[in-house]
Design a protein around this ligand. Structure first.
Ligand code: 6GU
Length: 273
């Protein structure tokens, strides 16, 4: 997979040399190109921003440097079949970045990232490239960052680990929390390793029992408990068919109820809040 990132802070992308993504680059599985947007400015101050039309706070990134940058990057990779990249624009007003979108992006041969600083990029840039490329405006969560570079790191790591051969074991991302269809909308439960006792704390006995079926059931119970505690909305929207009798027993024990269609409901008017 090829990745191009156009930014006014190329140093911010240094972490792409480290760990899983860095290794994928060394192995030739990821071909990463980082570009300084200011290369495509022509004034003495390398200006990339200006005041917003209509007034208001902050600055808006000018369209001309972005247009020249994206044209150059797109032209640099236009192969014989006229290969076109997918453009990813990180922005707090984008669609939520999810594991499903990570999977979709991991299937593309070429991604170009356009992270903005300031109040964002002049809208005409997104409209212009939207006529030529698949454009995804994505947000990594409900909070505001000072710029999209950290989001590029997040998205790149989520995508890179899905590429064939990047994670050691191909099965290892199938049971990720949020993997489409894997553990059905459940968060992963706790994990343990050696030593068997640490600061007086042991390991749940079931994990030492060797009963694979009972261990799987225990892990699922723990996944349900953790999902109830941290992300109850994931359970409320899940397919009722994804829950077996034992799941429902665990949930009933936590005060959850079922509607006539088998949909589960969190405890109503509880003591939380
Ligand atoms: Cl992608 N960018 C910025 N600036 N803030 C964010 C974000 C992205 N996602 C959540 N907050």
């Amino acid at each position: 997979m090829r990745l191009d990132i156009v930014t006014i802070f190329p140093e911010y992308l240094e972490p792409l040399n480290v760990s899983l993504v860095g290794k994928a680059r060394l192995r030739g599985q990821l071909d990463v190109h980082i570009h300084d947007l200011r290369q495509w400015t022509h004034d003495r101050h390398n200006t990339v921003d200006d005041t917003p039309y209509g007034g208001g706070p902050g600055m808006v990134m000018k369209p001309e440097p972005w247009g020249e940058a994206l044209d150059a990057v797109i032209a640099s990779g236009a192969g014989p079949q006229g290969a076109r990249p997918t453009l990813v624009v990180p922005t707090p007003s984008g669609r939520p970045f999810t594991q499903a979108l990570a999977v979709e992006l991991s299937e593309r041969p070429w991604l170009v990232f356009a992270p903005a600083r300031y109040e964002g990029i002049d809208r005409r840039v997104i409209d212009e490239y939207g006529e030529r490329l698949d454009v995804h405006e994505v947000s990594i969560g409900d909070y505001v960052l000072a710029g999209g570079e950290a989001a590029v790191l997040v998205i790149t790591e989520a995508v890179a680990r899905l590429l064939p051969g990047v994670l050691g074991n191909a099965a290892s991302h199938q049971d990720d929390s949020f993997a489409p269809g894997a553990m059905e909308n459940l968060l992963e439960g706790p994990v343990y390793t050696k030593p068997p006792e640490w600061r007086g704390r042991g390991i749940p006995e079931i994990l030492l029992s060797g009963h694979h079926g009972r261990i799987a059931r225990w892990r699922r119970d723990e996944a349900i408990r953790r999902t109830v505690a941290n992300r109850p909305e994931l359970l409320e929207c899940c397919d009722p068919a994804a829950l077996d009798k034992h799941d429902r027993k665990i949930l009933a024990g936590l005060g959850w109820t079922e509607d006539p269609e088998g949909r589960i409901l969190r405890p109503q008017g509880g003591m939380e809040e």
